[in-house]
Ligand binder design. Structure first.
Ligand SMILES: [Zn+2]
Length: 251
């Protein structure tokens, strides 16, 4: 009962938006990137990307996450052992499900997010806070090395560079990751329940939805010098990084 209530609380704001994966996310599938989604209708995104120095994975899904992760890796000809880094957009439970499968790799989170990932600091959004009270989240334990990235940061993997952009608001340490021209904004953006179009972060799920909106406006300027093909949310919605998308995000 408590388990069902926790899931219901998390799914509440997305009850009418069971679109699953749309074509936009499929465009991310290239010889060097693969995607998978978990958690049925809410479709938590996992992205795996080959770099010059091993495979990086952005976010780790929720229910059925290990199987989904393995599928994404297999389509790159990779296995769990090839993963050299995990990049998390934020520490909510529905984006860290496969953590055990890649616990050997360092996990990178934004400044202030490590305590959330360890469950030491509660989330402030009322829905995740309630869900965590109803059912303890399955979060990475002490075997995982967690590194916080401060502000906007570049991580170098051989000849490839992955960029982190601070995106505080949905959670204190939310981060947008730019990997191979794809900007993964986590739950720092959401999508409309009817049209599926990008929207600012959802209030009930967020620490501070106003701050999240301001962060998106700042993000647009911060990524301007870089090539960005698509903007993807943690719930598997991708859109071209064009002025219309940024306008919907308030940027
Ligand atoms: Zn979230």
């Amino acid at each position: 009962m408590r388990r069902g209530a926790a899931a219901a609380a998390l799914a509440l704001a997305c009850a009418g938006c069971a679109h699953g994966v749309r074509d936009g996310v499929r465009t991310l599938v290239t010889p060097t990137t693969a995607v998978a989604t978990t958690n049925g209708a809410n479709a938590s995104l996992i992205l795996a990307a080959r770099t010059d120095a091993g495979v990086v994975v952005v976010d780790l899904g929720w229910r059925g996450a290990e199987r989904a992760l393995d599928g994404a890796l297999a389509s790159l000809g990779a296995t769990r052992r090839d993963v050299v880094a995990v990049l998390l957009t934020h520490a909510h439970r529905d984006h860290v499900g496969a953590w055990r499968a890649v616990a050997h790799a360092p996990f990178h989170v934004g400044a202030g997010e490590a305590a959330r990932l360890a469950g030491r600091t509660p989330h402030r959004g009322w829905i995740p806070r309630l869900a965590d009270r109803l059912r303890r989240p399955d979060l990475p334990d002490a075997r995982v090395r967690v590194r916080e990235v401060a502000g906007d940061t570049a991580l170098v993997f051989g000849r490839d560079t992955v960029r982190a952009f601070a995106l505080p608001g949905h959670t204190a340490g939310s981060v947008a990751w730019l990997v191979g021209g794809v900007l993964l904004v986590g739950d720092g953006a959401s999508h409309g329940p009817l049209d599926g179009r990008h929207r600012p972060a959802r209030r009930g799920f967020s620490d501070d939805a106003g701050a999240a909106r301001r962060s998106l406006a700042r993000l647009r300027a911060a990524v301007a010098p870089h090539v960005v093909r698509a903007v993807c949310t943690a719930h598997a919605r991708c859109a071209p990084a064009d002025p219309a998308t940024w306008r919907r995000l308030g940027g």
